[in-house]
Design a protein around this ligand. Structure first.
Ligand code: 5RP
Length: 236
């Protein structure tokens, strides 16, 4: 299975394969988005096909939903599920307190809604995602299209108020046009280099009218499963 994979893909696959063992028949499962989460969906698909695993999946993006259906996972809406047993998702960064930056794949809004509706959020990653302090990865902030430049100015002002030193803001693009999320919104990426007080920043951003959700996940993730390309897996 892993013979022709890159080292990074092997690490992601081993993390996903380990986390898939937490999923049992009868569970309602939040399915994350991104290249690591895709391995998870494929592993669960194999378990459905080969081991008779019976689960209902709630995807965090249209593309994860398409993959889940393709590999034979029964897909339901979050409202049909109401409460989930577990969500397994990737991350862009995680710190020693298991706080995360997510949204590199543009799905952090649905990902946070689904994770918050879950008894347990398990993150799968390779070791490149670990940081001492969040912020090297640009922080995604999803905004509604209406008045988005006004929202951007309010975000910039909030960063000044919080004394954030590095505060470049870029509009995420998809080719020549602004990127559009599954919810029809746009994303500003905040290049902060270092986030001193993630909780305070998250609260300040989410208070701005026009901001839908930021990519900071604080006190949401309970377990991180880190894969290594030699097959070793560490669980924190
Ligand atoms: C998508 C996400 C992803 O989980 C995050 O970007 C990690 O992706 P990958 O597993 O491809 O590195 O938050 O919005």
């Amino acid at each position: 299975m892993t013979a022709h994979m890159s080292a990074a893909d092997k690490a992601k696959y081993f993390a996903a394969r380990q986390a898939a063992t937490y999923v049992k028949s009868g569970m309602k499962v939040g399915l994350g988005t991104g290249s690591t989460a895709e391995w998870l969906v494929k592993c669960l698909g194999e378990m459905v096909r080969d081991e008779g695993l019976q689960i209902q999946g709630v995807p965090t993006s249209e593309r994860t939903g398409a993959l889940a259906r393709q590999v034979g996972i029964k897909v339901i809406t979050l409202d049909a599920a109401q409460r989930l047993d577990i969500t397994i998702d990737g991350t862009d960064e995680y710190d020693p307190d298991l706080c995360l930056i997510k949204g590199g794949g543009g799905a952090h809004l649905r990902e946070k809604i689904v994770a918050a509706a879950s008894d347990r959020m398990v993150v799968i990653a390779d070791e490149s995602k670990t940081v001492d302090t969040l912020g090297a990865f640009p922080l995604p902030v999803e905004v509604i299209p209406f008045g988005m430049r006004t929202t951007e100015a309010l975000i910039a002002a909030a960063l000044v108020d919080l004394d954030v030193a590095a505060r470049d803001i870029t509009l995420r693009m998809a080719g020549d046009a602004p990127y559009v999320s599954d919810e029809g919104n746009h994303i500003f990426d905040l290049h902060l280099k270092r986030i001193g007080d993630a909780r305070k920043l998250s609260q300040a951003l989410n208070q701005i009218p026009g901001v839908v959700e930021n990519g900071l996940f604080i006190d949401i993730c309970k377990v991180i499963v880190v894969g290594h390309d030699n097959g070793r897996v560490t669980v924190t």
